[in-house]
Ligand binder design. Structure first.
Ligand code: MN
Length: 203
């Protein structure tokens, strides 16, 4: 039987204090070392519980464990993308093919940004810019938790975590200022790379 390797917590691509003042050193440390780590640990625990159940032929806990897999896989995947989506030297507007595609699919950068900010203001989890390979277009998607409201088949390109653990210690209830802070450190180069990879598989 082939066994898939257990997911592990990836290191942050910068120091804990690198995104200040958008995100404080304390919040980044908690968010990465405690929250992201817990999604990795809980994913591995759920996989183990499913494997045990298959071996024992006793499936009473399996539905809950499968739910834990989608929740924690989403958490692990989206946090990994979120860290890569930021950079101390980030900010500005997207260029290249991604910049062109945003204008094409949303009318303008401002049209995209207003919509993305509406998703980020309302979501109970994440605001995502995704590529939808069925409609062959970019979309903004508000997601609750890590997996509720996911668009099947779509590939996230830019992820913004709007769980309260993401901003409350730094901003209190002012989620809008946190969203503004994200745009000061957004890593468009990384998002453009992700876009190029995804589109080359579908168009
Ligand atoms: Mn988070």
């Amino acid at each position: 039987m082939s066994e898939s390797s257990n997911p592990e917590l990836p290191p942050l691509p910068y120091d804990y204090d690198a995104l200040e003042p958008s995100i404080s050193e304390q919040v980044l440390e908690w968010h990465h070392d405690t929250h992201h780590q817990s999604y990795v640990d809980n994913l591995n625990a759920a996989e183990e519980s499913l494997a045990d159940a298959r071996e024992n032929g006793e499936f009473s806990g399996s539905a809950a464990a499968m739910g834990d897999v989608t929740h924690n896989t989403g958490g692990h995947y989206l946090h990994t993308l979120f860290w890569e989506n930021m950079d101390p030297n980030g900010g500005g507007e997207p260029g290249g093919e991604l910049g062109d595609r945003i204008e094409e699919d949303f009318g303008s950068y401002e049209g995209w940004k207003g919509e993305f900010e509406a998703a980020a203001g309302a979501a109970g989890g994440w605001a995502l810019l995704v590529y939808d390979p069925v409609a062959k277009q970019l979309r903004n998607v508000p997601v609750d938790k890590h997996d509720q409201g996911a668009l099947w088949g779509s590939n996230p390109i830019l992820a913004l975590d709007v769980w309260e653990h993401s901003y409350y210690y730094d901003y209190g209830p002012d989620r809008g200022s946190f969203i503004d802070g994200f745009f000061d450190v957004v890593n468009w180069d990384k998002a453009a790379e992700e876009y190029d990879k995804v589109v080359s598989r579908h168009e």
